[in-house]
Ligand binder design. Structure first.
Ligand code: 5GP
Length: 204
């Protein structure tokens, strides 16, 4: 019996307000486990060393809207004045091959993805308080006062809407937050929806 062959990949969606520590947690998870990133399309310009097809597929607004209207995105959203969307076809292929996928998308996109991919699992990372989040954003030194105010207002809104996620992880102590994320991921991979042929493989 080869029960591994019947497993589908897990779509794991991780959302967090900026400054909550998502990138550090995601980097740890991808260093320990074999998870493929879903590469999104965006209409924003590349930043720094970002490469087309690696961090994002960089599209013109026109091309993005055409692809959206053809129904090519599993979800899409307008974030900070730019469009972002998850191409559906590569996601379907990865999952069918039994490869787990990680999605770094915003909360409005996550809510749409819950409809397109019902087997997806959704994690929300919270800061211990908005005061701590504010200190972290100021400590980064990358945003001006207006940007910090906007990020804090968005964070409050997202946190208040996070009740529908499958897991809420408070990133106060990084090691503990990682242990919780890891445990949730490992448990989620056992869900019966990812193993549609397991019972038959065992029982014959
Ligand atoms: P950034 O431009 O800083 O890379 O990303 C800005 C925001 O867009 C982040 O909150 C990120 O999670 C979100 N984002 C990135 N890709 C997608 C996507 O495909 N769909 C949605 N809905 N949001 C995305």
């Amino acid at each position: 019996m080869n029960t591994q062959e019947s497993r589908r990949g897990l779509p794991l969606v991780i959302c967090a307000p900026s400054g909550a520590g998502k990138t550090t947690l995601v980097n740890r998870l991808t260093a320990e486990f074999s998870l493929d990133f879903s590469v999104s399309c965006t209409t924003r310009a590349p930043r720094g060393a970002e490469r087309d097809g690696v961090e994002y597929f960089f599209l013109s607004r026109e091309t993005f809207l055409e692809r959206r209207d053809r129904g090519e995105f599993a979800e899409w959203a307008e974030v900070h004045g730019n469009f972002y969307g998850t191409p559906l076809q590569p996601v379907r292929e990865h999952l069918a091959e039994g490869r787990d996928m990680l999605f770094d998308i915003d909360v409005q996109g996550a809510a749409q993805l819950a409809l397109t991919l019902p087997e997806a699992r959704f994690v929300f990372i919270l800061p211990p308080s908005l005061e701590v989040l504010e200190q972290r954003l100021r400590g980064r030194g990358t945003d001006g006062e207006d940007a910090i105010r906007l990020r804090l207002a968005n964070a409050r809104k997202e946190i208040m809407e996070s009740h529908w996620f499958h897991a809420l992880i408070v990133n106060d102590d990084l090691d503990q937050a990682y242990d919780e994320l890891r445990a949730f991921y490992v448990a989620s991979r056992l869900h019966p929806s990812l193993r549609p042929r397991l019972a038959r493989a065992v029982c014959g």
